[in-house]
Design a protein around this ligand. Structure first.
Ligand SMILES: [Zn+2]
Length: 119
């Protein structure tokens, strides 16, 4: 998962991630899950990120950033097993970068990432 940096305001980061997701037409739903999160893309284009509801806000923020990475990269969700290692790597890098951008550039909306999430 994403590397931890002490002193992060995870409540703020999660809020801004959710805002970004909404702008990218991604629905965030908090549910009782066995895993930390899932992302789904339906045939009508609807994108949903499911987040484990009883995780900490920090874990939820990391999960949302990571799952947005899967959607942005267009990774296919396979019910039969976990994502290939390469997909996990790409989602981790995306999530890591997204959190860094949100944290270090207040008010900046990363339109490139939004475009990626749309495509
Ligand atoms: Zn993943």
């Amino acid at each position: 998962m994403i590397e931890e940096k002490p002193g992060r305001d995870w409540t703020d980061l999660r809020g801004r991630l959710v805002e970004l997701a909404i702008n990218a037409n991604i629905k965030i739903k908090y549910r009782s899950l066995s895993a930390q999160g899932y992302c789904l893309r339906f045939y009508d284009g609807t994108q949903v990120i499911l987040v484990k509801e009883d995780d900490s806000i920090e874990e939820q923020a990391k999960t949302i950033a990571h799952e947005m990475g899967h959607l942005a990269h267009g990774h296919k969700w396979d019910i039969s097993g976990p994502q290939p290692e390469q997909n996990e790597k790409e989602a981790n890098i995306y999530g890591h970068d997204l959190l860094l951008i949100l944290e270090n550039v207040p008010g900046f909306v990363p339109t490139e990432l939004l475009r990626a999430a749309h495509g």
